[in-house]
Design a protein around this ligand. Structure first.
Ligand SMILES: C[S@@+](CC[C@H](N)C(=O)[O-])C[C@H]1O[C@@H](n2cnc3c(N)ncnc32)[C@H](O)[C@@H]1O
Length: 268
């Protein structure tokens, strides 16, 4: 394995291992959780993503699933493990994998392992579905990632992903300001337009949805003299617009903060 990546993986593993103790990350996640997650809750973004992904999974009973970068497993990790034919979660973090392994204990055909997706030691393949929630933007080299994803999928196999975008101008500026203080900056590569177009060239984009485009501004209208009820109403309406428009308009999609993709490996 290339030396630089080995070093980054090691630091990333330690970062997630010590996540509770890392002060700058705790400060950042406090603000992010307060401002952004409050807004997401108020407008129902999490439920929308949850239902969207569940509907994209389809019938899992005959599917071999890879939960890439599973850490301790999220709500849908458990759904995948319980309903698929075979489930494998992999992550760099022994701590995350140990927690998930305990949760999977009584589910047959389901297991979690400490593995680097890019390493040669990871030999499992022929997955029908790769679920990567908050994971693909941790790979610096998109071309290398695409080759690996293609290699691991059966023909017609699908990837379901969810990642931050860096394409909205004001967010890009905010991220630049924060970056010097960001302890996980060496393995955080929010999608650029180039990243999206590389993925779209390699895979068939079956569907996509992006969030927090217009809706992100509703966090600021709280500063105006309008009622909380009106603010949430407006935020929900903007969220519905983002959800609908990001499906077909690249311009609307690139104004958003997070992107979910359903990608299919081409048959040829
Ligand atoms: C933001 S966390 C997402 C965790 C989980 N999917 C969830 O929804 O809670 C990203 C995870 O990706 C894992 N990861 C990053 N690069 C990886 C790689 N090359 N192979 C396996 N896992 C990786 C990290 O260890 C980390 O736990």
């Amino acid at each position: 394995m290339n030396k630089e990546r080995e070093e980054i993986n090691k630091r990333q593993r330690e970062f997630y291992q010590n996540f509770d103790k890392n002060l700058p990350s705790r400060v950042w996640s406090y603000f992010r959780n307060k401002a952004l997650n409050n807004l997401k809750k108020q407008i129902g973004v999490e439920q929308d993503i949850y239902h969207l992904h569940k509907s994209w999974f389809g019938d899992l009973s005959q599917k071999k699933v890879l939960d890439l970068g599973c850490y301790a497993g999220n709500v849908l990790s458990m759904h995948l493990a319980e309903h698929s034919k075979e489930y494998l979660g992999i992550d760099l973090s022994p701590k995350g994998v140990a927690i998930l392994s305990r949760r999977l204990k009584n589910i047959s055909g389901a297991k979690a392992e400490v593995k680097d997706f890019l390493s040669e030691e990871f030999i499992e393949k022929d997955f029908d579905l790769i679920y990567a929630y908050g994971v693909l933007h941790h790979f610096k080299d998109v071309d290398e990632l695409i080759i690996k994803l293609e290699e691991k999928l059966v023909p017609g196999g699908e990837i379901i992903s969810y990642d931050p975008l860096e394409t909205s101008k004001p967010i890009k500026i905010l991220r630049r300001i924060y970056r010097p203080f960001q302890s996980d900056r060496d393995w955080e590569w929010p999608f650029s337009k180039k990243t999206y177009y590389k993925l779209a060239e390699a895979f068939e984009i079956k569907e996509r949805r992006a969030i927090l485009g217009k809706a992100k501004w509703s966090a600021f209208i709280g500063l105006l003299p309008i009622s909380e009820e009106k603010r949430i109403q407006k935020a929900k309406a903007w969220h519905r617009e983002d959800w609908k428009n990001s499906l077909y308009s690249d311009e609307a999609m690139f104004k958003c903060m997070h992107l979910s993709l359903r990608m299919k490996k081409r048959q040829d």
